[in-house]
Design a binder for this molecule. Structure first.
Ligand code: GLU
Length: 340
């Protein structure tokens, strides 16, 4: 059996020796390769997002042993936007278990845009938790369970997963609140469907705030590594999610995480991932690493152009694709588990 031609075995072998310098080299070189790319457009349907400097570009990898490798603007902050949907979904799974969550929201990819004002006609529930309707339904249940402190609990959990105290970008929050009429319509649709019985604005307050949490590429990498590390943040040892919640979350990221580009992503990158309109992408190599990328110019599917290219580059160079025939990533990145 020969290795897939897409895998750069020289780099894979270099990484097999697991020196931090070599891993740093791969991360930096993938970042450099994409630096000149100016394709795509910054999201502007939330007015405050249009003001983000379009050229920012950070890449970070966090291993399950807590090592961090980064390049470029890896500490530049941006709003997490839809990447937050991953963590509120996992949070609810952890709180009430799979059956109750699956009663609330499906796990079916939808061919509609992320902000479509529809439910799955078969179930009268949102298609999946990665589209707005699903994420708002999850928010509604969190709000119902946790009361007015729901958002504080969300922020606390996100901070524990990132390994540092996170904050809300109040300007983006206000901007979303003022202009989020589609999300408000979805909120009312959910209430009419009996998904929750709460004032819609109370639910959307949590949703808009969760989308406005400020993170950087390193935060996303660590949050991804927490999922990769079976729910335990490898940096601070915080045990956040059980195995069932991690498995269910990674599964829905794999099938539904990348907007209308989910199929192309699954085939070219082969990793569970979630993107946001702020330009962030979080990808997970199960039991090995988390990847965080930030670059605000988006492609037609709504995914960061440079972010996607970086993930394709890392996946090819390191053999990270879940179904790669040779998949050297599975073995050599395990070496990262060894003490330095
Ligand atoms: N807050 C954004 C919205 O609901 C999130 C969109 C996204 O990142 O997909 O429109």
């Amino acid at each position: 059996m020969t290795a897939s031609p897409s895998i750069n075995t020289a780099e894979a072998n270099a990484l097999a020796s697991q020196t931090a310098a070599e891993i740093e080299y791969i991360v930096i070189s993938r970042h450099n390769q994409m630096l000149a790319n100016r394709d795509g457009e910054v999201a502007d349907y939330i007015p405050e997002l249009a003001k983000v400097p379009a050229d920012q570009f950070g890449l970070a990898v966090a291993s399950k042993t807590g090592q961090i490798f980064s390049a470029g603007d890896a500490q530049a902050t941006f709003t997490i936007q839809s990447v937050s949907k991953v963590y509120t979904f996992a949070m609810l799974l952890e709180l009430v278990g799979r059956e109750e969550v699956y009663d609330l929201v499906g796990v079916q990819p939808s061919s509609d845009p992320f902000n479509t004002i529809t439910l799955d006609p078969r179930t009268n529930r949102p298609f999946n938790p990665m589209v707005n309707a699903g994420a708002i339904a999850v928010c509604g249940r969190l709000r119902q369970l946790l009361g007015p402190s729901a958002f504080d609990e969300v922020l606390k959990l996100f901070s524990r997963a990132a390994g540092r105290p996170l904050e809300v970008d109040e300007k983006v929050f206000e901007s979303e609140r003022e202009t989020g009429h589609r999300n408000r319509a979805i909120g009312h649709l959910l209430r009419a469907a009996g998904v929750y019985d709460l004032p819609v604005d109370e639910v959307l307050d949590v949703y808009f705030r969760q989308c406005s949490i400020k993170v950087n590429a390193i935060d996303l990498a660590v949050m991804g590594a927490t999922l990769a590390n079976l729910g335990v943040n490898p940096r601070n040892g915080e045990d956040l999610f059980g195995l069932d919640a991690v498995r269910d979350t990674l599964s829905v990221m794999f099938t539904c995480g990348m907007y209308d580009g989910a199929g192309d992503w699954a085939s070219r990158v082969g990793l569970p991932a979630k993107s946001g309109v702020g330009g962030g992408i979080m990808a997970v190599v199960n039991r090995q690493i988390g990847i965080g990328v930030f670059s605000p110019r988006l492609d037609e599917a709504g995914n960061s152009v440079r972010g996607k290219m970086c993930c394709i580059g890392l996946s090819e160079a390191l053999g990270l694709h879940a179904f790669d025939a040779a998949n050297p990533g599975s073995s050599f990145l395990k070496g990262l588990a060894k003490p330095a």
